[in-house]
Design a protein around this ligand. Sequence first.
Ligand code: GUN
Length: 296
Amino acid sequence: MSAHIIDGKAFAANVRAQVSTHIVAIKAQSGKIPGLAVVLVGEDPASQVYVGAKGKQTVEVGMNSYEHKLPADTSEADLLAIVAKLNNDPNVHGILVQLPLPKHLNSDLVINSIDPAKDVDGFHISNVGLLSTGQKAMVPCTPLGSLMMLRDYHGSLSGMNAVVVGRSNIVGKPMAQLLLGDSCTVTIAHSRSRDLAQICKSADILVAAVGRPEMITGDYIKPGATVIDVGINRIERDGKNKLVGDVHYESAAAIAGAITPVPGGVGPMTIACLLANTLTAFCRANGFDEPVGLTA
Ligand code: GUN
């Protein structure tokens, strides 16, 4: 039997609609509008596409979008000064510095200069610490979106065996923390893990965030498991450019109980959760109730 396809595109549209509804109510009540500032340094083509999509969707849900596009040779001092200005701007509730930064800039230093309350990426060390100690944090968008889809599909995740393949600060580690928070038994594996297929086969929930195209094949998957494919890899096949995940979709879908496709799975959820996080940051800063179902 073929797996249930978890439709991230439709799910993301629903999240954006919820964000939009909250913003209409907030505006009517207070006259205020949440604002998201995105800072892009340099001309990396993929980053330009992401930043463009973020700005467009921010405006579509009714928020203010502030874009700061800076030359590739921007100094660290100038970038830190811009972040400081955004930290102090009452119209800005969320700040995102697009990664990767050019090599001469210290990403950790820049990210940790963002006000943690405005850190809608959830990358600041304060938010990492709050998440890992089970306190109210800003949560990284891709893991948050993955968690939302898992909760929607399963209801409770309590007691399930979850394996996260990948140990990045952006996805793997926060994903593992979130699953632990929902009472899963969590294993973090990675590209160097011995017996990776065996480890993956123990998973009721398998999250692939390893950054290697189609590495996880059907023989890594326990029959009936739920597979969340975080990978976005551009490959060339039969002379054509193709977007594939970290999971080999056809073989995995034949074994899994449910699976996210690429494209149209986790990808669209990332920006939707960025908008949800900006709304959450606004609500926390202004004493409004937090949006139910849009946080961890
Ligand atoms: N570059 C690729 N993904 C992301 C993300 O989620 N946040 C930031 N800041 N940069 C990225």
